[in-house]
Design a protein around this ligand. Structure first.
Ligand code: ZN
Length: 246
């Protein structure tokens, strides 16, 4: 199976984590680079491991310091055959690490890059759902809502055919609203991810997260969608193939 959103470069033992994932049946991992340097590290991992691919972008938290040169470098890195998507990008009004106008400009630039390259875009949105939806209104390409946690965005997501990716928080006791949302997503639009090292799912909650643990989120997703785990697993793999052109 596949973990469609991991920050392998944030793990001090990334290569070993890739091996542990494979032992758990997680043979493919999309690792996310969040700055130009981090994107280079993500690509280096993708070069070392056949099953690792890279999502390359500049994170909204870094929007305040991102330069035109950074965007040019990002565009160049996207020529790599294992760079499969642009992101994560979006708007985050919850943490004010970067000014709003800088975040909006960077988001627009990354959406434009995704459109130009014909690659999917992976969206990070926090406490900014209305503005995120507005920015995406004209975007015609493939969209992934990563670490889905805003059920009121679901009607738009379904209407626009966006992929909805669930992370470890789906497994938490109080996340009933997320499980209800998951049950409303068509099976051909579901993805699972760890977003490691954050958000470790039950029953490893509180530990440092890593791709091997995506199996717990898949189990919760199977329960939420009343599907057999054995059937959901290949369905999600196919969704990832289609979405990211793997
Ligand atoms: Zn992330």
């Amino acid at each position: 199976m596949i973990d469609t959103h991991a920050h392998l470069t944030s793990l001090e033992d990334a290569d070993e984590a890739v091996e542990r994932a494979a032992e758990a049946g997680v043979t493919r991992i999309l690792t996310v680079g969040t700055s130009v340097d981090d994107c280079r590290r993500a690509l280096a991992l993708a070069e070392r491991h056949e099953g690792v691919f890279a999502i390359l972008g500049i994170h909204p938290h870094d929007a305040g310091t991102a330069t035109a040169d950074d965007l040019a470098a990002l565009r160049e890195l996207h020529a790599h055959p294992k760079a499969v998507a642009v992101g994560e990008t979006g708007l985050d009004w919850f943490r004010d690490y970067a000014p709003e106008d800088a975040q909006r400009r960077l988001f627009a630039a990354e959406l434009e890059l995704a459109a130009e390259l014909g690659k999917p875009v992976v969206i990070h949105t926090r406490a900014a759902d209305v503005d995120t939806l507005a920015a995406l209104a004209e975007h015609a390409g493939t969209v992934v809502l990563h670490c889905f946690s805003a059920p009121h965005m679901l009607p738009t997501a379904l209407e626009r055919g966006w992929y909805v990716s669930f992370a470890g928080n789906l497994t938490y006791k109080n996340a009933t609203d997320l499980r209800v949302a998951a049950s409303q997503v068509p099976l051909d639009r579901l993805l699972v991810e760890t977003d490691c090292p954050y958000l470790a799912p039950q029953p490893v909650r509180g530990k440092r997260n890593e791709p091997a643990y995506v199996v717990h989120t898949l189990a919760a997703l199977a329960q939420a969608t009343s599907s057999e785990e054995a059937a959901l697993r290949p369905a999600i793999d196919r969704n990832a193939d289609e979405c990211f052109g793997l």
